[in-house]
Every structure is written in structure tokens, then in C-alpha cells.
Write a protein that binds this ligand. Structure first.
Ligand SMILES: *[C@@H]1O[C@H](CO)[C@@H](O)[C@H](O)[C@H]1NC(C)=O
Ligand SMILES: *[C@@H]1O[C@H](CO)[C@@H](O)[C@H](O)[C@H]1NC(C)=O
Ligand SMILES: *[C@@H]1O[C@H](CO)[C@@H](O)[C@H](O)[C@H]1NC(C)=O
Ligand SMILES: *[C@@H]1O[C@H](CO)[C@@H](O)[C@H](O)[C@H]1NC(C)=O
Ligand SMILES: *[C@@H]1O[C@H](CO)[C@@H](O)[C@H](O)[C@H]1NC(C)=O
Ligand SMILES: *[C@@H]1O[C@H](CO)[C@@H](O)[C@H](O)[C@H]1NC(C)=O
Length: 469
């Protein structure tokens, strides 16, 4: 080391000393880590018989997530390993360039920068990660009531860990829910998308978030749903205009300036109106053409599967007030229903087009949910569920079953389930019919029309019966 420090290079002995201390610390940490790795590799913990016989470890660690711990230790080890490799290669490089080293001056500034960025920062990160590893406390080892929250050690990013750590009431008493702690929930599949979630949750608290709604949506679609909340400020359009008044907004394309277009192929609503299906979402071609949308559910179509809103509402005059439109679209169903003084919430995902913004800018309510989750409505509350355009023959029957029963849950007795243009291949029709009829709803309307050579459309208007049980 000392030889590297040519008189010309002006590196204080002090800083070399620091480097040595750092490296020494690194070696110690590495050796501790390899010991832990040895543990986690199963030499001690996994053979339960041996553990029980000699140490009683199984009892002590009940409720403690060893796997999460070993994953996390593995993560720290990786960090340290890559740091070591970097340092070694830096030294090798110096060795190689001995000659140049003698003749060139490494400025103190460069040296400081190197230490800061390539040594201290990663070492600090590894240090913090090690500190954050949750080991059972000494008393915990003898007290099997201790419960380790299983997910926490899965994640390294501090903000995720903070988020999912249960929060106890500050008074030490039960909280307003009457529970001991509040759990901020995330979807269990988040663990499969750890890298993406960690990217999503890497921000400076209080500053602007990245422009990453599409990362958020990707996580949600892949089962990381619910997503954690974040403590950063969402970006918005820099030129946001006040929305149109409701008597104009319902059937008018919104102002392009109110949407951030950077993650879409289109840069305005007109583009989404075009015929190029590649630009928008293939399931919603034409959704942005208000003239076409205006015809839906109010004009007679050639297909018997197209019911008219006026016909549907005469079945239950005056009874329909609130509902859910489950599908993908720009909210036209909700817009029509609003004209009948019925409040409809429309589910929306921003698949290749700003559906959420579009619905909201029309003055309607977009509900940003995936198929993954139980609907956020209470039992027996909705007067109506309308579904079109999203569920069709691709859907797994068991998934459909869970969804249908959830719809049944939120629909009130006497509420209407309007299945609008469900489609599937003809040979699957019986299976799907069975699914829709198993709830034993009253059939008000029922129609099947050919869609193509092998495919059929199917629409139904069904009424949830009273349940006097
Ligand atoms: C190194 O720095 C010294 C003094 O700052 C200077 O005299 C010398 O020319 C420099 N050498 C090179 C190779 O830049
Ligand atoms: C375990 O810990 C809890 C809470 O810290 C305490 O109430 C309980 O008495 C402990 N049990 C034993 C066996 O020490
Ligand atoms: C919408 O309502 C406002 C007042 O509430 C009115 O001034 C405006 O003319 C209306 N627009 C249309 C298109 O009816
Ligand atoms: C879209 O396609 C239809 C026929 O498929 C055609 O009549 C219409 O002119 C096309 N519109 C545009 C904007 O290209
Ligand atoms: C649709 O057709 C029926 C009969 O075929 C007719 O009674 C009704 O008025 C039509 N409705 C509309 C909105 O055109
Ligand atoms: C909706 O409510 C308004 C105000 O109460 C009323 O004037 C209008 O006639 C209603 N529209 C329908 C279709 O019931």
C-alpha cells in the first residue's frame, strides 16, 4: 500500500489509515456474514431434530422467519462481495498502472471522490442493512409469544420496511379500530417483484416521485396489489387546465393538456380516436370516439345482445341509484347513467391509454382496480353491476367464479347484474353459462348472437334474489 503512495501523489497518511480501517472492518463483517451464511445454508437450523436435541432452537425461533433472515443476509453478502471485487480490481488496476501512477498526479479530490462513492457509500449501505436485520431479542428467544412479521425481512429498502411494519397506537391502548396495530397491506406477490417494488419505493421522502405510474400499474397487474403508499409527490401535467363543466364534459374529449402522455404511444386524444389499433388498447378500439360512444345503449343495434338502458331501467323503475361498471372503457356507460341520475363507478386501468384520466375528466369516477382484488365495496350495497369488454373467453373459470361471487356479495337483493357482450368460443359457451346461472338469479333478459365463425356473444340481465337466511 505504502508503495502505491509515491511522494508525488500527496495522499496523506491519515487517509490511508482510514482506508485500512475500512478494509479491516470489511473483513470482520465478511467473516461474520459467512458464518451466518453457514447457518442459513442449513447446517444448524434446518435439521430440526438436531436443533431440538441440542439447542432447542425450534422453540426459540417459532414465529421467526428464518428464510427471510437468510435472504436478507444473502443480500448484504452480495453487496459486500461486489464491494470487495471493486476494491480488488481497483488495486489491480493501480498495480498495472504503476508507471503511470508514478508520473501522474491523482488529485486529492479524485481520491476523496473514489473513497466516498466506491467505498464508503456501499459499505455504509451494507452496514445499515446488517443493522436492520431483525434478530429475535435475547428475551424473545425464551419467549415464544414473540411474532416476527414475516414479510419485513424480505425487503431491503427501508421505506418498504417502514411501510409494512405494523404501527401500534401511540397511547399504548387499542386504536380506533379496537385492534392492537395497524397493518399497511401489500399484495403477497410483491415478493416476486422485489426488484421492481424496491425501485418503486426508492425516493427521497417529500420530494417528487419519478414519473412511474406505469411501473406502479405493472406491479399491480402482476399481483403486487395493493401497492404500498408512498411519501413522495406525484407528478402532474405542468399545464393542467380546469376541467369542463359537467354539462359539457360528459360527451366531450378532454383537454389534452390535462394528461401526462410520456408513457403512451399517443400524445393526444385525437390520436387514440384513429383506426390504428396498435396505438391504443386492442380491447377498446373506438372507445375515444365520442360520436360512436353516444350510440351505445340508446340506439337499437342489429344484435340482440345489445340491450337498451331504457329497457333495463323499466324493469326496476326508480330503484337504480348506484352501480359499478366493471370493464375497460372511457366511462360512457357511467355518463349515460348519470343522465338518469344514477351514479356509476367505472373500473379503469391505464392500458396503453389514459383511461382513468379520461373518465375523471368527463366528470365520472374511475376506480383504479385490477382483477386481483376483492372489490372495495361492502356486502349488499350496489343496485347494479354492468360488465362489458373486459371479461371474455380468456378468463380462467375458477378466477371467474371468485369474481362472480364477489359481485354477488356487493350486489343488493333485487340488484341487477348486466352482462353485456361477454364472448367466448362456441364450444365453451356451456361452461360459461353454467358459471353465470349457478347463482340462480332471476333472468330478465338473455341473448346470444354470433360474433364470428367460432365465437358467440352472450348478454344477460339477471336479478339477485332476496336471501332470507
Ligand atoms: C504533479 O503535481 C505537481 C505539483 O502540483 C506538478 O509540479 C507536476 O508537474 C504534476 N505532475 C503531472 C504529471 O501532472
Ligand atoms: C413473553 O413476553 C410477553 C410480552 O413481552 C410477556 O407478557 C410474557 O409474560 C412473556 N412470557 C414469558 C414466558 O416470559
Ligand atoms: C353549461 O352550464 C353553464 C352554467 O351552468 C352554462 O353557462 C353553459 O352554457 C352550459 N353549457 C352548455 C353546453 O349547455
Ligand atoms: C377508419 O376505418 C373505417 C372503416 O374501417 C373508415 O371508414 C374510416 O374512414 C377510418 N377512419 C380513419 C380516421 O382512418
Ligand atoms: C328500437 O326498436 C323498437 C322495436 O323494434 C322500437 O319500439 C323502439 O322505439 C326502438 N328504439 C329506439 C331508441 O330506436
Ligand atoms: C335528474 O335529477 C334532476 C334534478 O333532480 C331532474 O331535474 C331530472 O329530471 C332527473 N333526470 C332523470 C332522468 O330522472
Amino acid at each position: 500500500m505504502a508503495r502505491l503512495c509515491h511522494p508525488k501523489c500527496r495522499l496523506g497518511n491519515k487517509s490511508m489509515g482510514w482506508l485500512q480501517i475500512l478494509l479491516g472492518g470489511l473483513v470482520i463483517i465478511l467473516s461474520i456474514c459467512s458464518l451466518v451464511k453457514f447457518y442459513s445454508a442449513g447446517f444448524f437450523f434446518h435439521n430440526e431434530d438436531i436443533c431440538r436435541q441440542f439447542t432447542g432452537v425450534k422453540d426459540a425461533y417459532e414465529g421467526f422467519d428464518i428464510k427471510a433472515l437468510s435472504d436478507r443476509v444473502g443480500e448484504v453478502l452480495n453487496k459486500l462481495e461486489s464491494l470487495q471485487e471493486k476494491l480488488e480490481s481497483a488495486v489491480q488496476q493501480m498495480e498495472k498502472d504503476k508507471e503511470t501512477l508514478r508520473t501522474t498526479n491523482i488529485t486529492k479530490f479524485e481520491y476523496k471522490k473514489y473513497l466516498e462513492e466506491d467505498v464508503i457509500r456501499p459499505l455504509y449501505a451494507a452496514h445499515i442493512s446488517l443493522r436492520l436485520i431483525r434478530l429475535p431479542k435475547a428475551e424473545g428467544i425464551h419467549n415464544s409469544t414473540m411474532k416476527e412479521d414475516p414479510l419485513i425481512n424480505t425487503f431491503v429498502i427501508e421505506e418498504i420496511r417502514k411501510y409494512i411494519t405494523p404501527k401500534e397506537s401511540r397511547t399504548g391502548k387499542l386504536n380506533i379500530y379496537g385492534t392492537e396495530r395497524i397493518y399497511n397491506t401489500i399484495g403477497h406477490a410483491c415478493v416476486l417483484y422485489k426488484k421492481e417494488l424496491e425501485e418503486y419505493m426508492s425516493y427521497d421522502i417529500g420530494s417528487y416521485c419519478n414519473d412511474d405510474w406505469n411501473l406502479a400499474q405493472k406491479l399491480m397487474l402482476n399481483g403486487c396489489d395493493p401497492l404500498p403508499r408512498r411519501r413522495c409527490l406525484t407528478r402532474a401535467s405542468m399545464v393542467y387546465q380546469k376541467p369542463y363543466p359537467i354539462n359539457e364534459s360528459l360527451w366531450k374529449l378532454p383537454d389534452d393538456r390535462n394528461v401526462r402522455w410520456s408513457n403512451y404511444q399517443c400524445r393526444n386524444f385525437k390520436c387514440l380516436m384513429g383506426n390504428n389499433t396498435k396505438k391504443g388498447y386492442f380491447k377498446c378500439v373506438g372507445c375515444f370516439e365520442m360520436e360512436k360512444e353516444k350510440l351505445k345503449w340508446v340506439t337499437n343495434s342489429s344484435l340482440s345482445v345489445d340491450f337498451l338502458i331504457s329497457d333495463v331501467l323499466t324493469i326496476k323503475p326508480g330503484e337504480m341509484r348506484i352501480g359499478l361498471d366493471f370493464g375497460i372503457g372511457t366511462g360512457s356507460f357511467a355518463a349515460r347513467m348519470r343522465e338518469h341520475n344514477i351514479t356509476v363507478v367505472s373500473t379503469a386501468l391505464n392500458l396503453k391509454a389514459p383511461f382513468n384520466e379520461m373518465i375523471a375528466l368527463r366528470g365520472l369516477i374511475p376506480l383504479f382496480v385490477t382483477l386481483n382484488q376483492r372489490l372495495p365495496f361492502f356486502d349488499n350495497t350496489m343496485d347494479m353491476i354492468h360488465t362489458s369488454g373486459f371479461l371474455d373467453g380468456w378468463i380462467d373459470l375458477q378466477l371467474l367464479d371468485f369474481i362472480l361471487f364477489d359481485w354477488d356479495r356487493i350486489l343488493r337483493p333485487g340488484g341487477l347484474l348486466w352482462i353485456d357482450r361477454f364472448f367466448c368460443v362456441r364450444k365453451d359457451l356451456d361452461d360459461f353459462m353454467y358459471m353465470f346461472l349457478q347463482l340462480r338469479y332471476k333472468k330478465h333478459k338473455w341473448a346470444i348472437s354470433p360474433k364470428s365463425k367460432d365465437e358467440v356473444y352472450f348478454s344477460a340481465l339477471l336479478e339477485k334474489p332476496p336471501r332470507a337466511i
